[in-house]
Design a protein. Sequence first.
Length: 207
Amino acid sequence: MKLILLGAPGSGKGTQAAYISDKYDLPHISTGDLFRENIKNKTPLGLKVKEVMDTGNLCPDDLTVELVKDRLSNPDCNKGYLLDGFPRDLAQASALDEFAAPDKVINLVVDLAKIEHRITGRRNCSKCKNSFHIDFIGETKVCPDCGGELVVRKDDNPETVKERLEVYESRTVPLINYYAKQGKLIDINGDQSIEKVFEEIVKALEL
């Protein structure tokens, strides 16, 4: 089974990816992890990625596609894959169709205003690293678990979150339309409990 998981930052994509990967014994392939792994191991592709990133530029499509293609050639992908964070645009989607077209594309649908609240309301303990939300702990600056200081991650500030969501929407809407036209898109209501979201994913995949 070849799967792609789409979802905005804060939609619960990481959690669902772990559940899906475990249930169907599929390698969970994240482009972020691929970049880090190749750079760390100093592979030929990793050295190219590092060179680009060191200049402050984003990794170009052709290099990202090459990394994914190389990863999908590994034996653990013989039964399929779960791609997370790839493709990011139509050029990457078209390239993927050339060598490992997906069977189904799961799209976690959550209202972007709710996601913005979900992310900007997160507070992380600088000591024990646990995460909390102001909906449950209020505006306290003290960790309820260990008494450490609660902080807002740089990625969670309102300006950064808004920018990330705008970029996601501009890039992902064309992808959603692309896979919908292929009859591969599965929309899942991501604004439910983790268990309910996973239950609906499994039901949709096994139809």
